[in-house]
Design a protein around this ligand. Structure first.
Ligand SMILES: [Mg+2]
Length: 213
């Protein structure tokens, strides 16, 4: 039996909306949109963009946490976690967002003990500091290089499933054995000849993977 590994994006994939965008819209000085444009035009890298944007957040930790406690996730994700457990699939989250909110939101939904590879955020003397422990210094396009993490999981004979929705998923999607895509990632896959399975919720992925083993 081949081992199956499921690697899953967080923002817009597990969470219904992109959490960083929601935090910036609610708490940041509007300059964050200029940084977003600069990133989209390729003038700055994603980690420079995120470091700059989070520095513009004007809120204390408690206000941010209260906001995070209202973030919604895909209604079938908990069921999907159980599905992976019962099938013996390894499940990890790989995100170009931040561990701070991912871990809180998962815990709020009763989901624990999933390994998370993400950027790191700390509150220091009332302001936010960002860290990028998984950056690939040969590329530096993303804060968290999902391709580097993919290689930790890819073994001869195993199958890596990737679930995602956006820009930071495009490199790993080209290497995974099975790709579930929605949103901007479907457009990327379509335009670059990458085979993918479209999905709307994790219920679709449960159905599609129930016959895999
Ligand atoms: Mg995403």
């Amino acid at each position: 039996m081949d081992d199956v590994v499921v690697l899953c994006d967080f923002d817009g994939t597990i969470s219904v909306k992109d959490v960083t965008d929601s935090l910036l819209e609610r708490f940041a000085n509007p300059e964050w949109e200029q940084l977003e444009e600069n990133w989209q035009e390729g003038l700055i890298s994603s980690h420079e963009c995120m470091a700059g944007q989070y520095a513009l957040i004007k809120a204390d930790q408690e206000e941010v946490e209260t906001f995070l406690d209202r973030v919604e996730i895909d209604p079938y994700f908990s069921q999907f976690v159980g599905h992976c457990k019962s099938k013996g699939f390894t499940l990890s989250i790989i995100s170009d967002g931040f561990d701070f909110y991912i871990e809180r939101i998962l815990k709020n939904n009763g989901i624990e003990s999933i390994e998370v590879f993400a950027n790191h955020l700390e509150w220091q003397e009332g302001s936010i500091k960002t860290f990028f422990p998984h950056i690939n210094n040969d590329c530096r396009t993303c804060g968290n290089c999902k391709t580097s993490i993919f290689h930790k999981f890819k073994k001869p004979g195993n199958k890596v499933i990737y679930v995602g929705d956006g820009w930071s998923d495009r490199c790993i999607a080209q290497q995974s054995d099975i790709i579930f895509a929605k949103g901007k990632l479907t457009k990327f896959c379509h335009e670059n000849g990458v085979s993918y399975i479209p999905y709307l919720s994790f219920l679709d992925i449960i159905k599609e993977t129930s016959e895999l083993i």
